[in-house]
Ligand binder design. Structure first.
Ligand code: F6R
Length: 249
């Protein structure tokens, strides 16, 4: 895994947006795997900035998102559909038909999973953007998720529900389930770009980079990917050994 230490969150976001922009310039119809959460917000802002300044266009780009809560419709302010449009898609020239986000609605969620797997097969990703949960999750693949998983429904852990509760207003509780891309699908991306910022991620970053490759830390599978890039600020990198940083290629 290649490790890039950023001075702060703004710097981290600039580096990540630069890597994504390079992917699109080299391949204007690139498929981007995208994430929600706080980690990529600065990256999306920077990409919008690049778009507004004519440095990149998304008109032939396709996107596939990692996950969505079960039971929230796309107008719900905490749904990942809403987040992606509000933070990113509504500000760039992407075609609506090129946007794919898993659907957590309806009576047959297993069918939704199968349909999303089909979409992923048709859209092999050039780059997959990821955040990491404080328990090492990627997408909503919580600890103990089999490495061999495809799109599936998950029961969210109390820790994840607690971490995500800051985004939910009074009276709105964090859903108990989500639909997520599986680990196999995540690892199929040609390049993986993981972002981690803040001291609260330091243990997860350590376990991902220097811990055993184990289903107890889903992100640890990324040690085996041949083009994974971690962009991390100093706080989130604070538990990494110097040797792990200098040995990263
Ligand atoms: C989001 C996602 C999650 C987040 C992770 C980190 O689509 O799949 O794995 O990336 O929970 O969230 P933040 O960035 O809010 O700390």
């Amino acid at each position: 895994m290649k490790i890039i230490i950023a001075d702060n969150y703004i710097h981290l976001s600039e580096i990540a947006a630069g890597i994504i922009t390079k992917t699109i310039i080299e391949k204007p119809d690139a498929v981007l795997g995208l994430a929600t959460g706080t980690s990529p917000i600065g990256t999306y802002k920077k990409l919008i900035d690049f778009y507004e300044n004519g440095l990149v266009s998304f008109k032939n780009v396709h996107t596939v998102n990692l996950d969505e809560y079960v039971g929230l419709n796309e107008k719900h302010a905490q749904s990942y559909h809403y987040f992606m449009h509000d933070i990113f898609f509504d500000h760039i020239d992407i075609k609506q038909k090129n946007i794919h986000i898993p659907c957590g609605l309806g009576d047959d969620l297993e069918k939704n999973c199968r349909e999303y797997n089909e979409i992923l097969l048709k859209h092999p990703r050039d780059i997959q953007l990821l955040g990491i949960g404080s328990n090492g999750h990627i997408g909503f693949n919580e600890p103990s998720t089999p490495f061999k998983s495809f799109t599936h429904i998950v029961e969210l852990t109390e820790r994840t529900r607690h971490d995500n509760s800051r985004l939910f207003g009074f009276g709105d509780s964090v859903p108990k389930q989500a639909i997520t891309m599986g680990i196999v699908s995540i690892c199929h991306a040609k390049k993986i770009l993981i972002l981690a910022s803040g001291a609260g991620k330091a243990d997860a970053v350590y376990n991902m980079v220097q811990g055993d490759v184990t289903e107890e830390c889903p992100a640890s599978i990324l040690q085996l990917h041949n083009d994974a890039v971690l962009v991390v600020d100093k706080e989130a990198a604070s538990k990494l050994d110097e040797s792990a940083i200098s040995q990263s290629d």
